[in-house]
Design a protein around this ligand. Sequence first.
Ligand code: NAP
Length: 681
Amino acid sequence: MNYQNYALGKWVAGDGEGTPLYNSITGEEIGRAGSKGLDFGDMLIYARNIGAPPLRKMTFQQRGLMLKALALHLHSIKDKFYPLSYATGATRLDSWIDIEGGIGNLFANASLRRQFPDLPFYVDGEAAKLSKQGSFIGHHIMVPKNGAAVHINAFNFPVWGMLEKIAVNFMAGMPAIVKPATLTCYLTHLMVQEIIASNILPEGALQLICGSANGILDHITCEDVVTFTGSASTGKMLKAHPNIVEEAVPFNMEADSLNACILGKDAVPGTDEFDIFIKEVLKEMTIKAGQKCTAVRRIIVPENLVEEVQTALSQKLKKTTIGDPQIEGVRMGALAGKSQVEEVTEKVEELASSQHIVFGDIENFEVTGADKNKGAFISPILFLNDKPFEKTDCHNIEAFGPVSTIIPYNKMDEAVELSRLGKGSLVCSIVTSDDSLAREFVVGAASMHGRILVLNKDCAKESTGHGSPMPLLTHGGPGRAGGGEEMGGKRGILHYLQRTAIQGHPTTITALTSQYQYGGKQKESSPHIFRKHFEEIEIGETVTTDSHLVTLENIEDFAELSGDKFYAHMDESALEGTIFTERVAHGYYIMSRAAGLFVDPPKGPVLLNYGIDECRFTKPVYPGMTIAVRFTAKEKIDQEKKSEDDIAKGIVKFLVDVYDDEGETVMLGTILTMIKKKDQS
Ligand code: NAP
């Protein structure tokens, strides 16, 4: 089988024979992949000219729905990917992480649409008042970069590695060219075939290079984004490419990392935490046969517990059956290829020059259901390093397989220091039930780690584990880990957008952002805005209400009703030393009374009010003052129908500006309403 590339909207084979690809369990050749003859420059132009425009035009809501449709489709056919995944050496669980974890990432990103405006670009943060009178303000918008995202990936997660990245660039409105590692590109190829065949993405949104992508960076320009996951040496070489430097192309690098797991002093044998620690480390050594960027490479334990940890881990590793993952009882599959066995063996030998193996033998181990010499099998290897501050190889050499080192520590500051000797890692965990120990470790070690997990019996059951990067959390790490950041929910999407400061009159900034800006022109709504359907409401439309005289009786009635009898509302004699000169009205009374002023009661298109985004009481209101409200449509977000018989509706955010007789704002808030659409189809 020739695993073709998908370029310029067509499946094309590379010229020549291509690189042979092997089943890592049987050693048989399963096909070839090559990219010779592909014009990477044309692929990038195609992505920018054909793929980018429709994506850029879509709103975040539309992109989210597109991703959701893709996720639902891939989920419905997920079983198609498992048989081929076994060829990468993955067990059922490993494949589940790769395939369903990847699809889960699409779902998670699709849901993020609710955190974005109903626009093709993002309005970032709050407006900045830049003038005394308020006629000149600043704001920030973030628009999709007008280029392509080039994703260069490692071999270990051929599906997840692609999906976790394209989910994010599609949400941002950019097309992608994906380059999986050649070694396992056949699985990515199958996934891309299904994605293209589904016709869910616009033309040009996704292209695939199965063979080498050597030379692609020669064609990168300043509006493109490059992400890299792989070895530090390749990453550094690519990051230093003249185009990346000269064109200031964002380059997100996720590289090798010597992740650690720390056992707290309190977690002695017999405690739940000791068992949790052993289970977690075992999982991290053997899942994906240790070929996980987040796998635990350094097991940092109190020096008086070294022997117990070594014994417990060795016993568990002994019971880890290695072999063909399709055979019942096999717990660890193979590495992704013979080349990886050679590489890991070499690294084990290097490590063995400064520390000794306490479990495992690179030559002698048993394999179930497969030929040990044909498949890419390897034994788990557990090292012990008795002088980790002197023998530092374990902090520098990454064996990308089931290889880990036990490292003793004395005091917590030593554990912190040892974890930092990895010079930057993706993730670190500490197993302890002592939160003050956890705090000491986390605060001391955080600057060298992208993520820190604190595990104990209270969270272990539901914990997603040391090794799983979560779509809503940042994935990446400083230093050796590449200094990159992926995913992270909304944060990840922002990486593909250009932030631009915009300045002008609030009315202009309202027009640019489609969000009403305080001080901008208001248009009196006629009829009352509660009589209007979602489609009919314009940003800036305002209801200016009647006024209400606040009385002492109001304050007392509200205190009675709410039960809030705080002294500042109730006790005139207690005001000395406070900022109040009289008994002050409750802020929540002002809010409630404001609703009484702006609400138009009869049944109409407004379905409900579901909350307040922000609310500030900016000036005390005393009995005798009057209040009135300017109630302005601030932002509109379209909503999809959840089912055929669902009510067609949208969200409208209203700015509630309550002001006093001097025209000064006493309360400013944003309320969230759901409003029916006129068109219910
Ligand atoms: P690699 O050899 O560095 O390759 C990574 C990717 O770079 C592959 O797709 C490779 O393509 C491509 N590549 C190599 N030279 C290139 C060039 N000149 N131009 C464009 N692309 C080029 O890494 P690997 O062996 O696949 O992955 C294992 C390593 O990745 C481990 O060290 C592991 O720690 C790291 N990793 C890190 C993370 C993370 O999130 N931090 C995740 C997974 C893995 P070819 O396959 O065609 O050479």
